[in-house]
Design a protein around this ligand. Structure first.
Ligand SMILES: [Zn+2]
Length: 175
């Protein structure tokens, strides 16, 4: 990867994210992509994702429903600015940058900037918890999501050195 755009470097510096945090960082840079409104998330906030992701998501959701499995979206597109706010809020709450970066991506590097990453849940499970892996929804995704172009980005022992996230699935265009 080439040098980060100056504006982004400034914003990261302002958040306390330094060169040493970026050296050896395994996540690829994710420029913000254009997105469309794709209904609402489980908190009834507007949901945004890429148009291609949305059409594949609708197909996946419908196929799961045919097996009596409800899959819901907790979070999809997140902007660079929003990711900065997440980090800023945690810093104001007293967390160190190093601790924050163990669970939150450096702004500019979240797969959610692409509009193709979806955090999924199912009724009866707390969102964004590892226990999602014990749900029927997760079992269904493991078997069928690939047919709709979705893959889990952070399985256990992933090459990005990111904590296991059974809820995080990303749509990839067919090659
Ligand atoms: Zn995610």
């Amino acid at each position: 990867m080439g040098p980060l755009p100056q504006e982004i470097q400034h914003r990261l510096h302002h958040l306390g994210i330094e060169e040493r945090h970026l050296i050896g960082y395994q996540l690829p840079f994710q420029p913000e992509q254009s997105v469309i409104v794709a209904g609402q998330d489980i908190y009834e906030r507007p949901l945004r994702m890429s148009a291609d992701t949305y059409s594949s998501w609708l197909e996946l959701e419908a196929a799961a429903a045919e097996s009596n499995i409800t899959i819901q979206v907790v979070s999809a597109f997140r902007s660079f600015n929003y990711q900065c706010q997440i980090i800023q809020r945690k810093r104001e709450a007293g967390e160190s940058v190093d601790d924050i970066l163990r669970v939150s991506a450096i702004p500019g590097f979240s797969e959610h900037h692409s509009g193709r990453a979806l955090d999924l849940t199912t009724p009866g499970h707390p969102p964004l918890e590892e226990i999602f892996e014990e749900s029927r929804a997760f079992a269904w995704l493991t078997q069928h999501a690939q047919a709709f172009g979705f893959a889990m980005t952070y399985p256990r022992g992933n090459r990005y050195q990111v904590a296991y996230e059974p809820w995080h699935w990303c749509w990839h265009p067919a090659t």
